[in-house]
Design a protein around this ligand. Sequence first.
Ligand SMILES: N[C@@H](CCC(=O)N[C@@H](CS)C(=O)NCC(=O)O)C(=O)O
Length: 211
Amino acid sequence: MKFYDCKMAPNPRRARILMAEKGIKIPMIDVNILDGENLREPYLAINSRGLLPTLELDDGTRFDEVMAICRYFEELYPTPNLLGRTPVERALVESYQRKAEFEGMIAGSEAFRNKHEKFIDRSIPGGPKHKIPAIPGLVARGRQTIERFHEWLEHTLAKTEYLVGDSYSMADITAQCAVDFHKWIEISIPAANTHTQRWYKAVSARPSAAA
Ligand SMILES: N[C@@H](CCC(=O)N[C@@H](CS)C(=O)NCC(=O)O)C(=O)O
């Protein structure tokens, strides 16, 4: 297997953390998004949308999307469980993971890409043929959505140690990657959000956080 990665980007990191938690070691090929290496050959022959990450299996099958890659690894390497052990846990991980993805990761991307000079005609990730110009108004919308994300994190973490009960899961991974990504746009956990601060300290102390 091979993992097409971009060390600096937040979405590939979600999969790298899950791999680190499970002790999965496979070759990693770094593709530089900032320089647009993902929007040219030879990477377009690997992923025609120019997106990262992509997983390539030994038989040549390839797929992208972090959650597809993580589900595949969870089935191959079920321990430690990161996607939920019971029907209820699986539903909660899915629900919370999606909130962290939409209101944390995607809102961060909206606030970052619509402002950064390198993404002036790349406001949506990938898409080599369709240049989508930045819309400056989306920066404020992204930042407002992140405020909502923090309200939800604090509310949830006031009741449980991790997002889903007492065990670390994919929901935490996506949320922690979003919080770290927000540093790029100078947004941090509000000082009053003590439950989120406690959680962030714990997830960041895990060896997988270095992935
Ligand atoms: N929904 C995709 C999102 C992937 C994505 O947006 N990846 C970013 C890196 S964080 C990317 O490929 N960016 C390419 C670009 O900016 O051109 C997933 O979950 O894998």
